[in-house]
Write a new protein. Structure first.
Length: 186
């Protein structure tokens, strides 16, 4: 997934190295070497590894922010909740390398600013698909729907089959969970 400009190339290489070696074991020097640029050229765009990660997170999760903004203006119907899951599944698919990195580097991510931002987004997503006064089992179903989408992005990468079919299967399970948790108010 090589993108055009230097900033994007830095992000792509950094994410690849972070995923293979881990965030902590990857240096700015290694990123610069892989790109065949000087550290000074890298510093022009990013001063730290965390700056690179923050930029990746902002760029690749922008569709999630747009989804949240859209959903907050919608009625809390079952159809809206199902559409939230469909759009979230698509957004996860586009940002799959970032989410795999986050899954494999949870301890590191938790200590960085992106970890707190991600946690806030997940709590907002949960609020969009659950009713706060719903029985606890229904609230767990809604939380499980989000985790199902995440787990599917991460774990099914090693399962044989068409990526789109796998994404659709995971989405179906997530939608089933939210559907069984949704109760129309009279």
């Amino acid at each position: 997934m090589a993108r055009g400009n230097t900033r994007q190339r830095i992000q792509d290489v950094a994410l690849e190295l972070f995923a293979v070696q881990g965030y902590e074991k990857t240096s700015l020097r290694e990123i610069a070497e892989r790109l065949e640029v000087t550290k000074a050229a890298l510093y022009y765009h990013f001063k730290t590894k965390e700056d690179i990660l923050i930029s990746l997170f902002q760029d690749l999760t922008r569709p999630i922010d747009q989804l949240i903004e859209w959903a907050q203006g919608q009625p809390r119907t079952l159809a809206t909740k199902q559409e939230v899951l469909r759009r979230y599944s698509a957004a996860l698919g586009h940002a799959a390398p970032l989410f795999r990195f986050m899954q494999e580097n949870q301890a590191t991510v938790r200590d960085l600013s992106v970890g707190e931002t991600f946690k806030g987004r997940m709590l907002t997503m949960l609020d969009l698909i659950r009713m706060p006064d719903a029985p606890l089992t229904d609230q767990v179903r809604c939380a499980s729907a989000l985790f199902t989408l995440h787990a599917g992005t991460f774990f099914l990468q090693n399962v044989e089959g068409d990526p789109e079919e796998k994404r659709e299967a995971v989405l179906e399970v997530a939608i089933d969970l939210v559907t069984s948790a949704h109760h129309e108010t009279p």
